[in-house]
Design a protein around this ligand. Structure first.
Ligand code: ACO
Length: 323
């Protein structure tokens, strides 16, 4: 018998304020047409003043718990992926733990920028498979609007705020690909590329800083590395793209999403796409897409999913799971 980490609930939360592309035309030399054509983004949500990453995370977590039919104290651990935690410490995860009224278990943050949810899911899977936790709340939550340089048209039109969460539960499986749950993971990073995508501030520089990105270079790495990591994750369990029901990609740019699907030889009908409505929400983008895909009736129990993401570091990876 094999222990599998099975998704038993999903939920998300998006801040109320929706910002259409046209709003940027008022302050920047840009157009709705350019943003749509180059990125696929039409609108994004921005957190209200005073609304923090842990607030968004908590709402997504409650929705995921409700979807799973669980109470906060049924959870053993919270793993929260973010690069925009409320404070330097404590972790956003412990803040969510307190806000949920959870009085047991443990909670910690994971930081791998846009690949954060893939890293969080992989860590949560390890906690379950090693017997350290039976139920883990895995959250991706971000307020990237706080690290935008509003004078830089090449970055500030691309990002948004939001949160998504899934509940993983330990279930017995047979050890083959027919099992529900996480079937394979693949993580990578290469710090030599740190200058392609970074925030030019941080605690030890005593500033918050702004996001800086060499968009074209990141784009080039993204298409190549995302298809490669998805293929590696599938190879590890003897699967191919023919076995996939859905690709759930990091939602950064529709051209990257289409390029990766093409490399995986999969039609866009098998790709969950939310980038038009959310923009790039970094670590929140995959759990948002999972929750929205489930709500739309696209993702159903038993479906095989490949999720993949790349972000600052560079850090990238993929997870194959049966929903
Ligand atoms: N409006 C109008 N023109 C613009 C804008 C804008 N908002 N932004 C840039 N331009 C201009 C540029 O100045 C440039 O003009 P020039 O030719 O006169 O110099 C022209 O448009 C083309 O710019 P490129 O950067 O070459 O445009 P590109 O087609 O590469 O698209 C984009 C840019 C959307 C950023 C794309 O490169 C991309 O999506 N990159 C990857 C982003 C990504 O996936 N990031 C990873 C995750 S993020 C994370 O980890 C935090």
């Amino acid at each position: 018998m094999t222990t599998r980490a099975v998704v038993i609930g999903a939920g998300h939360y998006l801040p109320e304020r929706i910002v259409e592309n046209a709003e940027f035309e008022k302050t920047l030399d840009t157009t709705d047409e350019w943003i749509r054509a180059r990125s696929g983004i039409e609108r994004r949500h921005f957190a209200a003043e005073g609304q923090t990453t842990s607030d968004l995370a908590c709402r997504a977590a409650r929705n995921a718990l409700a979807d799973a039919g669980l109470e906060p104290d049924d959870i053993d651990a919270i793993v929260l992926a973010t690069s925009t935690a409320d404070l330097t410490f404590p972790s956003a995860a412990t803040m969510v733990q307190a806000q949920l009224g959870m009085t047991r278990g443990f909670a910690f943050d994971v930081q791998a920028v846009c690949a954060g949810f893939i890293y969080a899911l992989t860590n949560a899977n390890a906690l379950i498979v090693s017997g350290q936790a039976k139920r883990v709340l895995v959250i991706g939550a971000e307020t990237f609007s706080r690290i935008m340089d509003w004078t830089d048209r090449s970055t500030c039109v691309l990002f948004g705020d939001g949160a998504g969460a899934v509940v993983l539960e330990a279930r017995n499986g047979s050890g083959n690909n027919a099992d529900r749950g996480i079937l394979s993971t693949d993580l990578n990073s290469d710090g030599r590329y740190r200058d392609l995508l970074y925030v030019d501030g941080g605690v030890s520089t005593q500033s918050t800083g702004f996001l800086r990105m060499e968009g074209k270079e990141v784009f080039r790495h993204a298409v190549e590395k995302l298809a490669a990591t998805a293929t590696t994750a599938l190879d590890k369990i003897g699967m191919t793209s023919a076995d996939i029901d859905w690709v759930v990609p990091h939602q950064a740019n529709i051209r990257i999403i289409k390029g990766t699907a093409k490399k995986l030889d999969l039609p866009m009908e098998q790709v969950i796409v939310t980038v038009q409505d959310h923009g790039n929400t970094s670590a929140a983008s995959i759990p948002l897409a999972l929750s929205v895909g489930k709500q739309r009736g696209q993702i159903r129990e038993g479906d095989v999913l490949v999720t993949e993401a790349i972000g600052g570091g560079l850090a990238w990876g993929a997870v194959v799971l049966r929903w």
